[in-house]
Design a protein around this ligand. Structure first.
Ligand code: R5P
Length: 291
């Protein structure tokens, strides 16, 4: 038998997954000792335990929770332990950009692979790495947000043209565009620092279509803000920004509105006030392959 164990903070996701799969959900007891260490207790387990929760905020801490809950589940009799992480952290530093840097995507993949038997996530940041197999030694499955985003775009925007802010976004933008039968354009981004980016539209025009910006992650938001500013300067009317993962490392609503965005909506891979697009069905589909 299989059950879902909710990683604290991701009870909503875990509940949806358990409902979609028609299996039990339990919550671990997790608390901090006075010295900061973690106490873990599980009311029970089954042969197959699925830990469910996004590895954000505080991804390093979330990993410790995953490792300790997985260890507890195994001690209580689980023979297989899977991880359904709607947002997979540590995917952006996937190569050494500058001398001396660590390739943390690889080290993190090794850590997760040492405590978990299989993993499902939603649209991980795969760009320079072609597949998760390059950094994870366990079987992995990918759920896609494109179908759910396309439904939202179809419902909300007349004559859309999907716009990706950078080359990395093309895989997501193209998939959404195909799913809602709309054209798409990809801009060019130059990143000079964590909060310093510029976007080049390369003279694109919209031919009466309404641009909708689509990206996988909103972190500081500088990519979305700059892309919005450049699109508005090129004549676009107030436009919506859509992202899969609402990391929101910085508060950005005021800056985004000032740049000319009509608003921002995200998928519910990370709980956030902007979540309007539910990807629970895709996650359940990808998870079924491991049952
Ligand atoms: C880039 O590699 C990603 O696809 C996003 O464009 C990026 O993570 C967004 O970061 P920020 O919001 O900090 O500009």
């Amino acid at each position: 038998m299989t059950l879902v164990i909710a990683i604290p903070g991701s009870e909503d996701h875990a509940g949806k997954l358990a409902r979609h799969l028609g299996i039990d959900l339990i919550a671990p007891e997790l608390r901090r000792f006075p010295d900061g260490e973690l106490y873990v207790r599980l009311p029970r387990t089954d042969d197959h335990a699925i830990l469910c929760g996004s590895l954000y905020p505080a991804p390093a801490e979330r990993f410790m929770e995953v490792a300790l809950i997985a260890g507890t589940a195994r001690d209580l009799g689980a023979k297989r332990v899977g991880l359904v992480a709607p947002y997979l952290a540590f995917m952006r530093q996937d190569v050494q950009f500058h001398p001396g840097e660590g390739v943390t995507a690889r080290y993190f993949g090794k850590l997760v692979s040492s405590v978990i038997d299989w993993m499902v996530t939603v649209d991980p940041h795969l760009h320079r790495l072609p597949t998760l197999d390059h950094v994870y030694s366990i079987p992995t499955g990918i759920a896609h947000a494109a179908r759910a985003i396309a439904e939202w775009v179809r419902d909300q925007v007349d004559e859309p043209v999907l716009v990706g802010p950078d080359a990395e976004s093309e895989q997501w933008v193209a998939a959404v565009a195909a799913a809602c039968d709309a054209p798409f354009e990809i801009c060019t981004k130059t990143r000079r620092g964590d909060r310093d980016v510029s976007i080049d539209l390369r003279g694109r025009t919209w031919n009466g279509h309404t641009p909708v910006l689509v990206d996988d992650i909103v972190s500081t938001g500088k990519t979305m803000i700059e892309a919005t500013r450049v699109l508005r300067a090129a004549g676009a009317s107030a436009l919506m920004c859509v992202a899969i993962h609402a990391v929101f490392a910085d508060a950005l609503h005021a800056e985004l509105a000032a740049a000319g965005a009509a608003g921002i909506v995200t998928c519910n891979t990370i709980p956030h006030a902007t979540n309007q697009i539910c990807v629970a069905e895709s996650i359940a589909e990808a998870t079924r392959a491991f049952l």
